[in-house]
Design a protein around this ligand. Structure first.
Ligand code: FEC
Length: 305
């Protein structure tokens, strides 16, 4: 009988209640507590999306769906655990759970499609430091056909809806593919992050037959460092004669603060003040075909073990 393989599904994590926002923010800032102004601003943004983020709930649904899809692909072969970067269960808790189950080989998958040393690389480093088992990391899945197809379908249907709302042709809609900005020093590090976002966008544009699209960065951190740009809001400022803008946040896979606040509240209002309607594509969340696709990515790796 073949040995069971562990699967560590990794996600960003969120504050479990408004009282936990400070501890969560301090963790994101590598242990440096935020200033009262920064904390108040973050509390305000969570309050604006209903008090807490739906991210944890969405992550749990994704893990459940991914587990079920793996079970269908290979009954009994995989044991799945969740580990999060900035909230419990932490990455190290997921590692401990798998270690206690006795698995000797583990595959790691982050619920984020593009690789950066400052993003996926940090998840990997922490897991490797804690792992008592053989660990194989899936570094990126930004061109998985099921992901590209999900985004292409979303872009086409949301673009059609936006065009009819704005009374314009679908081809006149300006499309931006976005991801979380990172400190600009990743460029000098030869990091693949920016190139991979471009590759996802190009693949979606090809499948959906898009002519008018570009990249933009969103949600840059509030630090003194330079961040990857141009920022989405800056791109909105530069538009001339555009009435409809569609944002496809291709760097994220679920509903959370950076989508529900930064795009649905902030960017939308910013566009409206400039006479434009802004809409976005829906997130994959626990879409069955999306999770089936992720299960296949994991199972492909599992086949090599
Ligand atoms: O819904 C939620 O509660 C959580 C939403 C959330 C996601 C997310 C994803 C990514 N981040 C990435 C990088 C950075 C870097 C910094 C940073 C800061 C924050 C803050 C909040 C936050 N991030 Fe995040 N991120 C989410 C939330 N992020 C809140 C702190 C306040 C603020 O800036 O708004 C800067 C850290 C520092 O100050 O030193 C860098 C990357 C991703 C996408 C990949 C992934 O999901 O892992 C990269 C979701």
């Amino acid at each position: 009988q073949r040995k069971q393989i562990g699967v560590l599904v990794m996600a960003y994590g969120t504050a479990s209640s408004p009282e936990h926002i400070e501890a969560y923010y301090t963790h994101i800032r590598h242990g440096r507590p935020p200033t009262p102004e920064l904390l108040a601003d973050l509390q305000r943004r969570y309050a604006a999306i209903g008090g807490i983020s739906p991210l944890f709930e969405r992550t749990q649904a994704q893990v459940a769906g991914l587990s079920a899809a793996l079970e269908r692909l290979a009954p009994g072969r995989y044991r799945v655990a969740l580990g999060m970067k900035h909230a419990p269960p932490f990455l190290e808790d997921g590692v401990a759970e798998l270690a206690a189950s006795g698995v000797q080989q583990v595959i790691g998958l982050v619920l984020a499609p593009h690789y950066s040393a400052l993003s996926i690389g940090e998840y990997e480093e922490r897991v490797r430091a804690a792992a008592p088992f053989e660990f194989t990391m899936i570094h990126q899945w930004h061109l998985a056909p099921g992901y590209v197809r999900f985004l292409a379908d979303e872009v086409l249907s949301q673009r059609a809806q936006l065009a009819s709302e704005a009374g314009i042709e679908p081809e006149a809609v300006e499309i931006f593919f976005t991801a979380h900005s990172l400190p600009a020093r990743v460029r000098a590090m030869g990091d693949p992050y920016e190139q991979q976002l471009r590759e996802t966008a190009e693949a979606v544009a090809q499948v959906a037959g898009l002519k008018r699209w570009s990249l933009a960065w969103q949600s840059a951190g509030r630090t003194s460092e330079a961040w990857l740009g141009p920022d989405l809001l800056q791109r909105l400022d530069e538009l001339k004669g555009v009435r409809g803008v569609l944002v496809c946040p291709a760097g994220f896979v679920s509903d959370h603060l950076e989508v529900l606040y930064d795009l649905d509240i902030e960017a939308k209002a910013y566009a409206e003040e400039r006479g434009m309607l802004l809409r976005r594509t829906r997130m994959p969340n626990d879409d069955p075909a999306f999770l089936e696709m992720l299960a296949e990515v994991v199972h492909e790796q599992g086949g090599t073990l």
